[in-house]
Write a protein that binds this ligand. Structure first.
Ligand code: TGC
Ligand code: FAD
Length: 393
C-alpha cells in the first residue's frame, strides 16, 4: 500500500488560518472527542442532552464566541465557524444548542437590546449560567414567519403576550426565550421580547418522538396572557428583518458545522473501508468505494473553501444574506448526501450506533429543514439572481 493523503493535506488551508483560530478549533475538537462523545451514545439513545457539560462549553468560549466583551471570547468569524465545525463533528444537537445560544439569543440581545439588557443577560449566557431559546416558528408559520399569530399588547408598563411557538430548540430547558410577536396596539410591527422562565403564562412542553437531533431538547412555547415588563422589549427590533438578521448569523455557523459532520462520516468510512475485507481484499480497494470516497472528499473541500472565503468576507463586514443562504444550502445538502452515502458504505452495521454515521444522517434531516429549508434558500438565491420574487408579488 502506498502512503495515504489526509483530507487536511488535500484541503491544505492551515496556513490560511490564524493561530488563535487553529487553537480554538483544536481545543474544541479535543474536548468533543474525549469528553462529549463518551456521553453521547447513551444520551442519544435516551433522547436527552447531557447538561452537565454546559460549564465546560462555556469555559471553551463557545457561547457567543464571535461577540466582543460581556464575557465572550471575541473570536473572528472564521474562528467561530471552526468551533461550530468541531461541535458538529461530534453531534448536530450539540452545535444546535450552541448556535441558538450565540446567534439566536445573544446576538439579538446585542444587536437590538439596550446596554442595561446586554449587561444583564449576555454575561449570564456566555457563562452558561443561563440557557436561551429563540421562538420564531409557529405551528402554522414556519417558512413564512410573516404569517405569525403571536401578539403582544402594550398595557401600561407591561406587554401581554399570547400565542404559540413550535419546534423550538432548547425551549424545555431554557431560562429565557427571545420571542417574536406582533405588537397589535402600537404599530403592528414584529418585535423581539425576552421572556424569563417563571413568568406566569409561559410554558415549554417538550416535543416527543423525534428520530433526529435526539440529544437536543426541542419543544414548544405556550404564551397565555404572559405579562412581561416593558423593559424586556428589545427596543431596536422592528419588522421581520430583525429575526431574519439573527437567522443569517446562525445559518453562517450551520454552513461550517455540517462540514464537521461530513468530515466525521469521511473518517469513519475511510477507516472502515481499509479494514473491512470482502472478496479477499479491503473494500476501499474497489473502484466503486474509491469513487464514493473521492466524491465525499470533493464535497468537503468544496464546502470548506466556501466557508473560508465567506468567513473572511464576514470578518471584513462584507458578507450578504444571500451568500449565507448559498453556503447553508450547498453545505447542508452536501453533508446530507454524504451521510446517506456513508451509511451505505458501512453495510449492515451502518444502521446501528456502533458508528456515528446514521446519527449524523438522521440529524442532518433537521438541519436540512430548520433555519430555512433547502427550497427556501433555493428561492432566496433565485430571487437575488433574477430580481423576481417567488414568495410574493
Ligand atoms: P423579505 O421581504 O424577503 O424580507 C423582509 C426584510 O428582511 C430583510 N431580510 C433579511 N435580513 C437579514 N437576513 C436575511 N436572511 C434576510 N432576509 C430578508 C429584507 O431585506 C427585508 O428588509 P426591509 O428593510 O426591506 O424590510 O421577507 P419575506 O416575507 O419575503 O420572506 C423571505 C423568506 C422566505 C426568505 C424568509 O421569510 C425566510 O427566511 N423564511 C425562512 C424562515 C426560517 O428560516 N425560519 C427559521 C426559524 S429559527 C430556526 O430554525 C432555528 S434552528 C436552530 C438550531 O437548532 O440550530
Ligand atoms: P413548512 O414551511 O410547512 O414547509 C413544508 C415544506 O414545504 C418544506 O419542504 C418547504 O421547503 C416547502 N415550502 C414551503 N414554502 C415553499 C415555497 N414557497 N416554495 C417551495 N416549497 C415551499 N424554529 C424556531 O423559531 N426556533 C428554533 O429554535 C427552531 N428549532 C428547530 C429545531 C428542529 C429540530 C426543527 C425540525 C425545526 C426547528 N425550528 C425552529 C423550525 C424550523 O425553522 C421550521 O421547521 C422551518 O422553518 C420549516 O417550517 P415548517 O416546518 O413549518 O415547514
Amino acid at each position: 500500500m502506498s502512503d495515504r493523503l489526509s483530507l487536511d493535506s488535500l484541503l491544505n488551508i492551515e496556513h490560511l488560518l490564524h493561530d488563535d483560530e487553529r487553537a480554538a478549533r483544536d481545543a474544541v475538537q479535543q474536548w468533543v472527542k474525549t469528553r462529549y462523545l463518551p456521553l453521547l451514545t447513551e444520551a442519544h439513545r435516551q433522547g436527552t442532552f447531557p447538561a452537565e457539560v454546559i460549564p465546560e462549553l462555556a469555559e471553551l468560549g463557545v457561547f457567543g464566541s464571535n461577540i466582543d466583551g460581556y464575557g465572550c471570547a471575541g473570536m473572528s468569524n472564521v474562528g467561530y465557524g471552526l468551533v461550530m465545525q468541531e461541535l458538529e463533528r461530534g453531534d448536530s444537537g450539540l452545535r444546535s444548542m450552541c448556535s441558538v445560544q450565540g446567534s439566536l439569543v445573544m446576538y439579538p440581545i446585542l444587536a437590538f437590546g439596550n446596554e442595561i439588557q446586554r449587561k444583564k443577560w449576555l454575561p449570564e449566557l456566555a457563562s452558561g449560567r443561563m440557557i436561551g431559546c429563540f421562538g420564531l416558528t409557529e405551528p402554522s408559520a414556519g417558512s413564512d414567519p410573516s404569517a405569525m399569530k403571536t401578539t403582544a399588547v402594550k398595557d401600561g408598563s407591561h406587554y401581554v403576550l399570547d400565542g404559540m411557538k413550535a419546534w423550538i430548540t432548547s425551549s424545555p430547558v431554557a431560562h429565557l426565550a427571545v420571542v417574536w410577536a406582533k405588537v397589535t396596539n402600537e404599530d403592528d410591527h414584529i418585535r423581539g421580547f425576552v421572556v424569563e422562565r417563571g413568568t406566569p403564562g409561559f410554558e415549554t412542553p417538550e416535543i416527543e418522538g423525534k428520530f433526529s437531533l435526539r440529544a437536543s431538547p426541542t419543544g414548544e412555547i405556550h404564551l397565555n396572557e404572559c405579562r412581561i415588563p416593558a423593559e424586556n422589549l428589545l427596543p431596536q427590533s422592528g419588522g421581520l428583518k430583525s429575526p431574519l438578521s439573527c437567522l443569517t448569523q446562525a445559518r453562517y455557523g450551520i454552513a461550517w458545522g455540517v462540514i464537521g459532520a461530513a468530515m466525521d462520516c469521511f473518517d469513519t468510512v475511510l477507516d472502515y473501508g481499509i479494514q473491512r475485507i470482502a472478496f479477499g481484499k479491503p473494500i476501499a480497494q474497489f473502484q466503486l468505494y474509491q469513487q464514493q470516497l473521492t466524491e465525499i472528499a470533493n464535497q468537503i473541500v468544496h464546502g470548506q473553501l466556501m466557508n473560508l472565503h465567506y468567513g473572511r468576507l464576514k470578518d471584513d463586514g462584507k458578507i450578504t444574506p444571500v451568500q449565507v443562504s448559498l453556503m447553508k444550502r450547498n453545505n447542508v445538502r452536501a453533508a446530507r448526501e454524504i451521510a446517506s452515502m456513508a451509511r451505505g458504505m458501512l453495510g449492515g452495521i451502518g444502521i446501528t450506533d456502533a458508528y456515528p454515521v446514521i446519527r449524523h444522517m438522521m440529524n442532518l434531516e433537521s438541519v436540512y429543514t430548520y433555519e430555512g429549508t433547502h427550497e427556501i434558500h433555493t428561492l432566496a438565491v433565485g430571487r437575488a439572481l433574477t430580481g423576481l420574487n417567488a414568495f410574493g408579488g
